[in-house]
Design a binder for this molecule. Structure first.
Ligand SMILES: Cc1ncc(COP(=O)(O)O)c(C=O)c1O
Length: 401
């Protein structure tokens, strides 16, 4: 059972911002003390490079960094050498798409969806335009979901890649990825899963899902920004053409030729995100201490409570009432979302307004922009009530003119 008062003690931002009503965790979660301390400790006590030095500080830093890789691997049920540290989900997803620049041919098909964050489908749009491959969109259900039926309509022998989201950052819908992956593999297609929004809320087991590549970011799961993860099946990572070339990723170097190390190092050119990886591992261990069952049970309650209250307000349109992830996307009639967000800020409430880096979703919904609130374990019922009261006051204020 989650006790929000005690959870908040784990998030130092509340000490500095005691009135904060933070409802934008889908953009970036607040940072847990354990992760901050992990980063801080690395910089205070070590601060040296990994994999290179033959002295004890370097060994210690390397051990912490490689232990972080083990923690991530264990978290998603992968092997250690299947975890590549990146700058974030965006760079992980770009890394995979970039390698397909030399693989895809005209006539090949890449399946994606209109539910994607720009990071998930834009890299493939560019690759499709470069290679002559076709970008194919899964027809969404009326509600805006990726369904098995919709997927079956576009899957065929030409499909080489399926690049989709596990949970939409705007709609909060969870993709039936296990079945989609099974079907995709029957056609020998590779599945690239954007798990940036699912990982902070649910257990993701890459082996059970049989996913080929998966990407996520540290900052959405209480960890530092500037670090993320690319998971890939080892044999795929070993063949993935690196996106960057430089230190520590090479094996043998000649004047006109060089060979690369095995994964994951071949995909981590240069000095890696050492402090970030250590902080991310601490964030993961915090999540494991709380447990996804408790996280889900608690955030689901806040989500449903707020949804009911919001639905009662006249003039509010909610676009994703059945979302599994704790995300509510909505608009208030006659008031621009940015005006609402600015007004809510007067009440110390942080919400997101705009297209949420997913313009195709706005186009699907036929709106220019929307408001989004998203919850995590440090939110309280009081936050939800403050938000609802502020929405009512905002509406009254703008409609009084
Ligand atoms: C679904 C989804 N994918 C990818 C990303 C990109 O993550 P990052 O900006 O951390 O690279 C985000 C961030 O909002 C997201 O919500």
């Amino acid at each position: 059972m989650i006790n929000v008062e005690s959870i908040r003690k784990d998030f130092p931002v509340y000490l500095k911002q005691p009135n904060l009503v933070y409802l934008d965790s889908a953009a970036s979660a607040l940072k847990v003390r354990r992760a901050i301390d992990g980063v801080d400790n690395y910089y205070q006590a070590l601060g040296v490079n990994v994999h290179r030095g033959a002295y004890s500080l370097a060994y210690e830093a390397t051990k912490l960094f490689e232990d972080a890789r083990k923690t991530v691997a264990n978290f998603i049920n992968a092997n250690d050498d299947e975890i590549v540290f990146t700058r974030g989900a965006t760079s992980a997803l770009n890394m995979v798409a970039h390698a397909f620049r030399d693989i895809l041919k005209p006539g090949d098909e890449i399946i994606t969806s209109e539910l994607e964050h720009h990071s998930s489908f834009l890299p493939w749009q560019v690759i499709a335009n470069k290679t002559g491959a076709k970008l194919i969109y899964i027809p969404l259900s009326k509600e805006g979901r990726i369904t098995i039926d919709g997927f079956k309509k576009v899957l065929n022998k030409q499909t080489k890649v399926v690049a989709i989201t596990h949970a939409s950052n705007v709609m909060g819908y969870v993709t039936p990825i296990q079945e989609i992956t099974r079907l995709a593999h029957k056609e020998q297609a590779i599945v690239v899963l954007d798990a940036a929004q699912s990982i902070p809320h649910m257990k993701v087991d890459v082996k059970a899902l049989d996913i080929d590549y998966l990407a996520f970011s540290g900052h959405k799961m209480f960890g530092p920004s500037g670090v993320g993860v690319l998971y890939g099946k080892k044999h795929l990572l070993d063949e993935l053409e690196p996106f960057e070339y430089g230190g520590e990723m090479v094996d043998e170097v000649e004047k006109h030729h060089a060979s690369w190390k095995e994964a994951p190092l071949r995909l981590e050119a240069g000095t890696p995100v050492i402090g970030g990886a250590i902080g991310l591992a601490q964030a993961i261990s915090y999540i494991q201490t709380i447990g996804f069952d408790h996280i889900h049970e608690y955030t689901h309650k806040l989500h449903q409570y707020t949804l009911q209250k919001l639905k009662e307000i006249e003039g509010v349109t909610i676009y994703n009432e059945t979302a599994e992830n704790p995300v509510i996307t909505f608009n208030i009639e006659h008031i621009h979302p940015h005006d609402v967000a600015t007004m809510l800020d007067q009440y110390h409430i942080s919400v997101r307004a705009g297209h949420h880096c997913a313009q195709l979703v706005s186009k699907f919904l036929n709106v220019v922009s929307t408001l989004r609130v998203s919850f995590h374990i440090y939110n309280s019922k009081q936050d939800c009530d403050t938000f609802i009261q502020a929405v009512k006051a905002t509406k009254d204020f703008f409609l009084s003119f």
